[in-house]
Design a protein around this ligand. Sequence first.
Ligand code: PEP
Length: 249
Amino acid sequence: MRRKLAAGNWKMNGLGSSLAELETLSKAENTRQTDILICPPATLLSRAAAMSADSQVMVGGQDCHAAITGAHTGDISAEMLRDAGAEMIILGHSERRADHNEFDEHIRAKARAVFETGLTAVICMGESLAEREADNTLDIIGGQLAGSIPDNATGENLVVAYEPIWAIGTGKVPTLAQIGEVHDFIRARLERRFGAGVGRSVRLLYGGSVKPDNAADIFSVSNVDGALVGGASLKAADFQVIIDALDAT
Ligand code: PEP
């Protein structure tokens, strides 16, 4: 039985005052079957971890370096994020792939560092609009799965987020059938590569314009174990509706 996961990615948004949103989420009567993760900017991580310590809300990082320590000015390692309170680290977000020229091999190396540190990697993948329109989505996802996930992945150290690039921050969402097709495909590929036990235990998130008013429909799709949410995770009231929708499925 996979636990559900509602994950919020604040991206490069948030100052100290934004922690009031996290405080509201942490104080809510959250439950039961749904894990909750907020990935604030690294500058807020330790304060966020302290604030959510006695709650059901976990905090995480948005990226890390592939090395554990070393001469990499301006970078942050998985171990440092763990030290600041992170339990999970997002890797391979399409914005990092685009802004920082990250490819699957970099993401795989970073994921190895996350695994070594004892944390969970939330590895993102998704097709561009051109790739979707050329009917190449499954080929692209198959390549990203093979290239970005290390061989020692398990249901504990890996979460996969399917995030069509054209749906991120645009208000556009694939049809439920399209989401289901990709999630079923990812599940089958994970089972083929890692065996049924591991393949069935890895959680699969959908990400891309998940909002309070579409979350319940998206969570009804098979093999959707939760969501990676950008814009709608910035306000506790919006994110709480999404958490509640997930919890109700
Ligand atoms: C994201 O950044 O991962 C994301 C899904 O953003 P949004 O929910 O704003 O589309």
